[in-house]
Write a protein that binds this ligand. Structure first.
Ligand code: S3P
Length: 168
């Protein structure tokens, strides 16, 4: 049953957390961010989990929390950029959430992630490498999400309204 459950997907820096927060407020649904949830559960930042336990371990944590995300009948979830990239996670997410791809241009994402040290995958890559990752992942987000919304719109409320209209 996924009618009232919405999950934002998209690249690092695409604006998933801001949009999901505003959407949850508008719909009056609970909001949850997968990275924050993992950080609270583990008592460690995502950056420290990557540094101390490695990316593969982080991906198992993403998998482990999938059932917790379904406890609410209604919810808006902001997922980490790699969340639906793992097949088993994607399958769970797709059957329980409306997956909404926030399609934001690379330059916008890059501008945000370059000034933020909390993203280990971005910190370890050059701009060219990030562009390659972006192009590859964009195809996956599009294929795996129920629909896309234009993340370059200036007003958060316009993005939120587009999502609400497309969900109808
Ligand atoms: C990741 C994105 C991050 C976080 C982790 C890995 C990714 O979340 O989950 O650093 O693989 O793209 P954001 O998309 O919120 O930056």
């Amino acid at each position: 049953m996924k009618d009232n459950r919405i999950m934002l997907t998209g690249f690092m820096g695409s604006g998933k957390t801001s949009v999901a927060t505003a959407l949850a407020r508008e719909l009056n649904y609970p909001f949850l961010d997968t990275d924050k949830y993992i950080e609270e559960r583990e008592g460690m930042s995502v950056a420290d989990i990557f540094a101390q336990r490695g990316e593969a371990y982080f991906r198992t944590l993403e998998h482990r929390i999938t059932f917790d995300l379904m406890k609410d009948f209604s919810a808006v979830i902001s997922s980490g950029g790699g969340y639906i990239l793992t097949d088993a996670v994607y399958q769970q997410a797709a059957s329980n959430f409306n997956l909404v791809f926030l399609d934001t241009p690379f330059e916008v994402c890059l501008g945000r992630i370059k000034t933020d040290q909390s993203r280990p995958l971005a910190a370890a890559r050059t701009d060219e490498e990030l562009l390659k990752l972006y192009n590859y992942r964009r195809g996956v987000y599009r294929a795996r999400s129920d629909f896309s919304v234009d993340g370059s719109q200036k007003l958060l409320s316009d993005i939120v309204n587009e999502i609400i209209q497309k969900l109808r």
